[in-house]
Write a protein that binds this ligand. Structure first.
Ligand code: NAI
Ligand code: PHE
Length: 354
């Protein structure tokens, strides 16, 4: 059974949830501020249809916590937060603009405690609209002073992460001949596909949108896989780049891969699923580490003023961090999720002690 809003609020360890019901658009706005220990909370805005407001709140909380770990593990001086616009249907045109402006006013009222950016179903164009009312927004288009889409650099980080995972699992980071299944050919997955093909990997692809699969097949020669066979297809690396919640007690026994390494946030259904993966002999690259390229892109370019070269070095560092996490998990007999959280918590504790 799913939890009620009261139960969710009572058991959350985050700092605050700000809620507004926008009657004009029948939309619940939830802003989760999980931690400001390392700085103002940062994290994207997800626009999505949920069955119940409580499901949207649960998503907000879990994603916000993930951002705290992501920022800390990436060594960025930002806290973790996330926002959800729980819409009755995906809005377009004037209605979307109106909702985003009203939402931007809510962000502005928090004076930087929460800074937003793009996430599922929101883009740089949406951030430009939000930017009309508040400065607390990452990922506007370059014409509006932002760093633009974070998806391509998220893909670069995932690419380095896959190489590090292959080095650990197979003894070589070389991708020539490796079979890699990319689930989701959106902003991240499509760029990742090109990087993998360039390195000589044998790439399989799947997407809910058949046109995306057909385009990828035409452009790169990637092999198509039916959507419901993503989990059970035999491959070296499964790279979830679509939605969260793929790895569960039901799906893990069906996996026929040696490595799971992809961009999707919240890949584990439950925390215990990390243990199930370890027991099944599958190396799991913790999502909040391997997908930190987007955060590095936005924060590095917009706040820290990194050059392209500095950003490229940081993206390569995603692979180095994962290599360290894989080593530490193996040495201590823990899951890779535990090792990654330990790394993030050590950074948070050090910040709190300062
Ligand atoms: P996107 O919305 O551009 O692409 C998602 C793709 O997955 C679309 O092609 C969609 O058709 C497909 N898809 C949706 N449901 C599917 C299903 N059940 N099976 C197969 N395909 C399905 O999203 P984007 O930006 O590429 O992000 C991908 C994932 O990575 C998301 O989970 C996102 O939260 C995460 N992420 C993205 C970052 C970014 O900078 N864009 C940063 C960190 C994480
Ligand atoms: N939503 C993306 C993520 O989950 C990108 C993002 C990072 C957006 C940081 C805002 C702030 O990493």
């Amino acid at each position: 059974m799913t939890s009620s809003i009261e139960e969710l609020l009572a058991k959350w360890d985050g700092e605050a949830v700000v809620t507004r019901y926008d009657a004009r658009h029948d939309t619940y706005m939830f802003i989760g501020v999980h931690s400001t220990a390392l700085g103002g909370a940062a994290g994207g805005t997800r626009m999505r249809i949920y069955e119940r407001p409580a499901d949207a709140l649960a998503d907000t909380m879990r994603l916000a916590e993930g951002m705290t770990f992501k920022m800390a593990a990436a060594g960025l001086t930002a806290g973790g937060g996330k926002a959800v616009l729980a819409v009755p249907r995906l809005l377009h045109g004037a209605a979307r603009r109106d909702l985003l402006l009203r939402y931007a006013d809510l962000i502005e009222s928090l004076h930087g405690t929460y800074r937003t950016g793009p996430d599922m179903n929101t883009s740089a164009a949406d951030m430009d609209i939000i930017g009309e009312r508040t400065q607390h927004v990452f990922g506007r288009s370059p014409e509006h002073g932002g760093a633009g889409s974070s998806a391509p650099d998220t893909a670069v980080g995932v690419y380095h992460g896959i190489r590090a995972a292959c080095a650990h699992a197979f003894g070589s980071a070389d991708l020539i001949g490796r079979s890699i299944l990319v689930q989701g050919l959106g902003g991240v997955g499509r760029v990742l596909l090109d990087l993998l093909v360039r390195d000589g990997a044998k790439v399989l692809v799947t997407d809910i949108d058949p046109e995306r699969v057909a385009e990828a097949q035409r452009a790169t020669g990637a092999g198509p896989v039916a959507m419901d066979e993503a989990v059970s297809t035999s491959c070296d690396v499964l790279s979830p780049c679509a939605v969260g919640g793929l790895l569960t007690a039901q799906t893990i026994p069906q996996l026929r891969c040696r490595v799971v390494a992809g961009a999707a946030n919240n890949q584990l259904g439950l925390r215990d699923d990390a243990r199930r993966l370890t027991e099944a002999g599958i190396l799991y690259a913790p999502d909040f580490v391997i997908n930190s390229g987007g955060a590095l892109h936005l924060f590095g370019l917009e706040v820290l003023g990194w050059t392209g070269e500095q950003l490229a070095a940081q993206l390569a560092g995603v692979g180095a961090s994962l290599a360290e996490i894989f080593r530490s998990a193996a040495a201590n007999g823990t899951t890779t999720e535990d090792a990654a959280e330990a790394l993030a918590l050590a950074r948070l504790d050090a910040a709190r002690a300062r």
